[in-house]
Design a protein around this ligand. Sequence first.
Ligand SMILES: [Zn+2]
Length: 165
Amino acid sequence: MMVMATLSNVCGSVLSETLGDDTKKIINVISTPMEDKDISKELKLDTSRVRTILNELLVRNLVTVYRFRHDTGYCNYSWVRREDKINEYVDRYLSDRITELDNQLSCGDLIVFECGCKRVDYGTAIEQNFTCPDCGGKYGQVDASKGSRQLKSELKRLSALRNAS
Ligand SMILES: [Zn+2]
């Protein structure tokens, strides 16, 4: 009997956040080698969609594919996830995001301006005469405390994920 090992909650949420829900579901079921048509049946997803996702995962090095050639010359392909690479991917994502947010928070007292399409610092806002060259909108000063509250809570969430992994 084959026991299906499910992904940890942390892996699951990071994969679904970064690669999408369908990708997470596929990674979740291929703890043992499976053919694309069986994955498709199991998850009620289009076989073509499953193949596209599997190929993307192969490029990212997160799955291994096995080929079995029949006497007739017909080939079967089975896909299985790479546990070690997936853990690495999740760890790397969490560390990178945490570092990025830490950096943003430590620049928190800079004065920030935004239009409709992006955020700029004070220097850029002056250079561009407080008008965005891309959307034509006026730069208005951002309430920095509001921004950093969001950053802080996101940072808390990610640190909790990392500690749980
Ligand atoms: Zn703009």
